[in-house]
Write a protein that binds this ligand. Sequence first.
Ligand SMILES: Cc1cc2nc3c(=O)[nH]c(=O)nc-3n(C[C@H](O)[C@H](O)[C@H](O)COP(=O)(O)OP(=O)(O)OC[C@H]3O[C@@H](n4cnc5c(N)ncnc54)[C@H](O)[C@@H]3O)c2cc1C
Length: 295
Amino acid sequence: MKENTAFHVHIPANMTVLLNLYNKAPGSLIMAGGTHLMNHTFQPGSDHHSILSISQMDELKKIGRSDRYAEMGCCVTVNQMIDAQNLLSSPLLLETLQHMGPHPIRNSSTIGGNLCIPEKRMDLFPVLLLLDARLELRHVKRKRNGRASYKSRWIHINSFVSSEGNLGLGEGELLTRIRIPFYDGGFHFHRKVNIQGNDFFTINALASMDKGVLSDLRVAFTNGGRFVLRSRDMEANLMGRRFPMAPKDLEEIMKELFKYFSVPDNHYEEYLMESLFRQLLESLADPKDREEILL
Ligand SMILES: Cc1cc2nc3c(=O)[nH]c(=O)nc-3n(C[C@H](O)[C@H](O)[C@H](O)COP(=O)(O)OP(=O)(O)OC[C@H]3O[C@@H](n4cnc5c(N)ncnc54)[C@H](O)[C@@H]3O)c2cc1C
């Protein structure tokens, strides 16, 4: 019979200690808010016995801004982001944050934890993708003489997930900061529908309109899987069109949806993708929603 080994929880005092501990034991689990880990990973008999708890590290909880972007440490919680809404100045991000689980969960769950769940793209991923967020990844490398060399690299969130859907974190590497550029388009759209268990189908969109002509459009779908579904060709096909759109043109665009995306295996997801996309187009065409765009 397999005996359960005790977990060892380390609470590093600072980044240097954290990076060195992770370098020595890259099989350790990084724990931020723990809201996902507690539910999924800590099974009796689990192989992970070393846990690096990072949620108390002040340097990972900072929020700041420049004139082009907001920047936050990976351990900023969902509720802290909601409280910093003026600083984030993204209605799409704010709406997404407000729909993420119950209040006590939002108090603990972090932006970094949300982006680093290995097997699923959670709610913040598609929104930060549309906002062109950049991620700082850090690790420490040991030189032959035993000296430590501290490495930091910034990547676009798009390259954080490989074509197989795996996270682009190297051994002993962790996500430390997130930069979220300000988007000045006036329209956003967010819908989230439960498909099964804890999995959701989502559509998120950002758009700008110039005198009734769509000058920018960014659309992303997720379905609780490893990928965010986005088609630049589909976006380009819609840009330059005048809104509101004639019903005939809207039907034409609807017919072409699965030219840009493969048809989901599951009929319910196919239905959701079509109906939420239609809602997006109707919302772009709706003068009430477009008031926001024209402001
Ligand atoms: C009741 C309930 C409701 C929920 N509702 C939602 C919801 O509506 N939307 C949603 O998106 N999620 C939801 N979640 C899932 C989860 O709470 C969030 O995704 C949360 O943001 C995860 O953050 P965390 O800090 O708790 O991550 P943790 O559980 O600490 O970690 C998650 C994963 O990321 C890794 N990790 C954490 N931080 C880092 C880092 N800095 N670098 C590298 N790896 C790291 C961990 O090793 C782990 O694999 C819900 C969970 C519960 C229990």
